[in-house]
Design a protein around this ligand. Structure first.
Ligand code: AMP
Length: 461
């Protein structure tokens, strides 16, 4: 199938040609005709599949085809909600690219920077607005944005909205949209809350599912190094010396970790830029620009900061820390091996991360191929969880321990809440406690047992 078979206008086809795309990706093949028909779409796809063009191209066309709800004024006719500033910015850039010469203006709205420029862009008139929920609500509260004339609403990365706690903001925004509209919802995964949201927002939707999860995973050369925590920095620096590493995204579990990795690499003479949520928007954008322009070939990021950033032609992804949730592994390595290019995903695993590794391998259905390095794992005993010393009891005036009194009061109360049904009970969870230790509550028997670790040791030998 070619782009010209999808029903797009000649001017859009020209823009696509100018962009250099030759054939539509599966999500584009499936979604573009549906959106052009005016259907609601529930798309299960992640960044990297060509999802943005899948909705941007037909939206650009439809906005020119359907009569506006309000004549003689430039009002917001399409709203796209993005979970992160980077994704919002990237989506906006794509609209600029695909919509060249179409006569439709767009604006991007996100927090962390002054609102002046964004408000000005809105005043000039923008038919397409790409926004992060927080700043959009803020501007709506100030009476600076009206969504009464929206024809098309896109909720992008709905699962990430949920993860980041934006779902209530999203619902608040949706309540202000016209009932009659076209809605497109995209999500990489479909947890029950997102399914519920989809049911509420979409009318008779068409389901589109591309499965980049396994196909992406299969296309990527993945390997694993067992390495002690303290030696990860040496191994990373050594692997980055390989000239095959043209551009590398290094994932750290924590924001502090990002800063530390950047520092360690700099000490070894390797230029690296870091992005995480505590950095200002300007600092993040500078880091991204340095990386995108090739001035700096190593970008270190947390999962949330990296989610949605589009860096084409990435040759390597390093899992400096194993991800806490196995699904994040798929998102991480999805940054490489894009658009037909094979990439490499290299994971580092210390003894404290064996459980996460097992979860990842279970999810992708295969074991990562093991590599030897100059820093083989020597620490084979997991760091014991720190035991919290009980605080000394606080006494009331009578000399009774306050905590005990509270406990007694709790014990005296009848149990009021009925047990939750089994389906809504949380399943296994891995968390990091305040003490910095990994605490796990297995979902089912077998998770996190040391048995697998023993096997691993054997495999190494
Ligand atoms: P997205 O999933 O929208 O973030 O797109 C991922 C990457 O694929 C971006 O760099 C796009 O520019 C690129 N892309 C999108 N559609 C196509 C296509 N049909 N052919 C080649 N590359 C594409």
């Amino acid at each position: 199938m070619e782009f010209k078979d999808l029903g797009l206008s000649p001017s859009l086809l020209k823009n696509i040609r100018d962009t250099g795309y030759e054939t539509p990706t599966p999500i584009q093949q499936a979604t573009i005709p549906l959106v052009l028909e005016g259907k609601d779409v529930l798309g299960c796809a992640q960044t990297g599949t060509g999802k943005t063009a899948a909705f941007a191209l037909p939206i650009l066309q439809r906005l020119k085809e359907i009569p506006p709800r309000r004549n003689n004024a430039k009002v917001i006719r399409c709203l796209i909600l993005s979970p992160t500033r980077e994704l919002a910015m990237q989506t906006w850039e794509n609209f600029q690219l695909y919509g060249k010469g179409e006569g439709l203006d767009s604006a991007v709205i996100f927090g962390g920077v002054g609102q002046g420029g964004q408000v000005e862009a809105l005043h000039r008139g923008a038919e397409i607005v790409i926004a992060c929920p927080g700043r959009l609500l803020d501007l709506m509260g100030q009476g600076l944005v009206r969504l009464d004339w929206v024809d098309i609403f896109v909720l992008d990365e709905a699962d990430r909205m949920l993860d980041m706690g934006f779902i209530h903001d999203v619902r608040k925004i949706v309540r202000t949209l016209p009932e009659e509209r076209q809605t497109l919802l995209f999500s990489a995964t479909m947890p029950p809350e997102v399914e519920k949201l989809a049911l509420d927002l979409l009318t008779d939707p068409e389901n589109v599912k591309v499965d980049p999860v396994t196909s992406t995973v299969d296309a990527i050369d993945q390997c694993l190094y067992y390495v002690d925590k303290v030696n990860k920095k040496h191994l990373l620096a050594q692997l980055l010396e390989d000239p095959e590493v043209e551009s590398a995204l290094v994932f750290s579990r924590t924001k502090h970790g990002v800063d530390r990795i950047v520092r360690d690499l700099k000490r070894k003479g390797i230029e690296a830029a870091g992005i995480h949520g505590d950095k200002s928007q300007n600092a993040r954008q500078t880091a991204l620009n340095l990386f995108r322009s090739g001035k700096c070939r190593v970008l270190v990021a947390t999962d949330i900061a990296a989610r949605g950033i589009d860096v084409a032609g990435l040759s390597h992804v390093f899992n400096y820390d194993m991800p806490m949730e196995p699904e994040a592994y798929i998102h991480r390595i999805g940054r490489t091996g894009r658009a037909g290019r094979t990439g490499k995903a290299i994971s580092f695993c210390c003894i404290d991360e064996v459980k996460q590794l097992n979860q990842v391998e279970k999810l992708i259905g295969k074991r990562l191929s093991l590599k030897e390095s100059d820093w083989p794992m020597e620490v084979t005993t997991p760091t014991p969880p720190k035991v919290r010393e009980p605080r000394p009891a606080r006494l009331d005036r009578q000399g009774n321990a306050l905590a005990e009194r509270r406990q007694a009061a709790v014990a005296a109360k009848p149990a009021a809440r009925p047990a939750r049904p089994a389906s809504s009970r949380p399943t296994g969870k891995v968390t990091i406690g305040r003490d910095g230790q990994i605490h796990s509550r297995p979902a089912s028997r077998g998770t996190g047992r040391p048995v697998r670790r023993v096997n691993r040791q054997k495999r190494r030998g």
